[in-house]
Design a protein around this ligand. Structure first.
Ligand SMILES: [Cu+2]
Length: 123
């Protein structure tokens, strides 16, 4: 059990580490990036505009496509309660869930798209 937790922790750490991996440390960047369009690039390290911890039940798992279908509660300011698939950015989630599992899912919304980044199951 302890090793599983450690494994997940390492996974999480490596994902966070990846996100920071942008060569954006040069201060001269800000001077040139005053274009009209707010840059639309979906860089992996982009900060989510919303984060939810939403109660949901797993209704389908599609690991090859990195997706989980959730029957989720309302996400205030984002969407009503419904059943829909979500992309999963954290592979550890697949080791935790089975169809029918209930829990609080962490959903991070970037550019209007919600992605599952974690889950805390209810036993
Ligand atoms: Cu939805």
């Amino acid at each position: 059990m302890k090793t599983t937790l450690l494994f997940i922790a390492v996974l999480l750490t490596s994902i966070v580490g990846c996100g920071k991996d942008t060569p954006a440390d040069k201060p001269s960047d800000s001077a040139t990036s005053q274009s009209a369009q707010p840059s639309q690039s979906s860089e992996p390290g982009k900060k989510p505009e919303m984060t939810f911890h939403v109660m949901a039940t797993v209704t389908e798992i599609d690991q090859p496509k990195e997706k989980i279908r959730l029957d989720h509660e309302k996400m205030e300011g984002y969407m009503e309660a419904m059943e829909m698939p979500f992309k999963v950015s954290n592979p550890a989630v697949f080791t935790q869930v089975t169809v029918g599992a209930k829990g609080r899912f962490t959903v991070e919304v970037t550019d209007g798209i919600g992605v599952i980044t974690g889950v805390q199951l209810i036993q």
